[in-house]
Design a protein around this ligand. Structure first.
Ligand SMILES: NC(=O)c1ccc[n+]([C@@H]2O[C@H](COP(=O)([O-])OP(=O)(O)OC[C@H]3O[C@@H](n4cnc5c(N)ncnc54)[C@H](OP(=O)(O)O)[C@@H]3O)[C@@H](O)[C@H]2O)c1
Length: 280
């Protein structure tokens, strides 16, 4: 990873923080996107101790807000002549339905729309740096979930776990469609399930949901283990030609048939373009 620039979201905690530390130790220069100043500065300082001679950098954005994602993408594109890897990792689970300033349901906005809009904003830099990679952190929580195009914002019957799983289904479908559309550009896109990992994930979800996630974490793997497939997809020569695939434990895995539905992937793309007010 010597000489490579990696943009990563959600590097202030959990698997994103471990993955960024590993990639820095491998020689990469990290550009992290964070929402909280204190947590961001701590993460940046920690990267500095891993590779003191490398000029890691940080940009701030609340990734649940479209305007913030667009702004931060433009800032990064202006500051970085090349981007070798984009890791879309920031994500969250919410116990009750909340609506963003853009009128979108918060899980969908944070977990799916931020991936979609950030990749769009960095597209030209990624393409100019080819071979380059997009790595999207998804989850096996997509299993058993279906997209409802008449209710993408989950206005009906909100259930935190279900809506979270559906946002992770969006991650896999987005990756599939991105890989198809960018085929031949030299930029690949793959998604992954990190395993069930003991991080801060779920701590802020609220009420019963936080309690359940905390109890289940007794059986979870460490963030070090959970970060392995991110690091693998971002850095390994074994996957330089892999495109549009879903990985678990550093191996290709088969997502559900809903996650392999090309029509859904295309439709989600079109709906996301409309919601974001962009054309890829
Ligand atoms: N943990 C698991 O078992 C598991 C399983 C499958 C998939 N995943 C996926 O793995 C990814 C990372 O999760 P994790 O387990 O490492 O959780 P985590 O410890 O809670 O870390 C989440 C990261 O996302 C950032 N983030 C959340 N909302 C944001 C927003 N609106 N704007 C900017 N940054 C935001 C957080 O920033 P702050 O530090 O400011 O909070 C933090 O850096 C997520 O996409 C999650 O869906 C996790």
């Amino acid at each position: 990873m010597q000489g490579k620039t990696v943009v990563i979201t959600g590097a202030t905690s959990g698997i994103g923080q471990v993955a960024s530390a590993r990639l820095a130790a491998m020689g990469a220069r990290l550009v992290i996107v964070a929402r909280d100043k204190a947590r961001g500065e701590a993460a940046l300082a920690s990267l500095g101790t891993i590779s003191p001679g490398t000029n890691h950098s940080i940009h701030y954005a609340d990734l649940s807000r479209l305007a913030d994602v667009k702004r931060v993408a433009a800032e990064i594109a202006a500051a970085e002549p090349r981007i070798d890897v984009l890791i879309n990792n920031a994500g969250a689970l919410f116990g009750s339905r909340q609506v963003t300033t853009d009128g979108m349901e918060l899980t969908f906005a944070t977990n799916h729309m931020s991936y979609f809009v950030l990749a769009h904003g960095l597209r030209d830099r990624l393409r100019a740096s080819a071979p380059a990679r997009v790595v999207n952190v998804a989850s096996d929580a997509h299993k058993g979930k279906k997209l409802d195009f008449s209710d993408l914002q989950s206005a009906n019957n909100y259930s935190g776990f279900y809506v979270y799983g559906r946002s992770k289904l969006c991650n896999i479908l987005f990756t599939r469609e991105l890989a198809r559309r960018w085929a031949g550009s030299g930029v690949t896109a793959n998604s992954l399930h990190p395993g069930f990992v003991s991080t801060r994930f779920g701590d802020q979800s609220g009420g019963m949901l936080s309690f359940l996630v905390r109890a289940a974490k007794t059986f979870a793997i460490s963030p070090e283990k959970g970060a392995e497939t991110i690091v693998y997809l971002a850095s390994s020569g074994e996957v330089s030609n892999a495109n549009g695939l879903y990985y678990y434990k550093c191996c290709p895995a088969t997502p559900t048939k809903e996650a392999q539905d090309n029509d859904s992937a295309r439709r989600l793309w079109q709906e996301s373009e409309k919601l974001a007010g962009i054309t890829y």
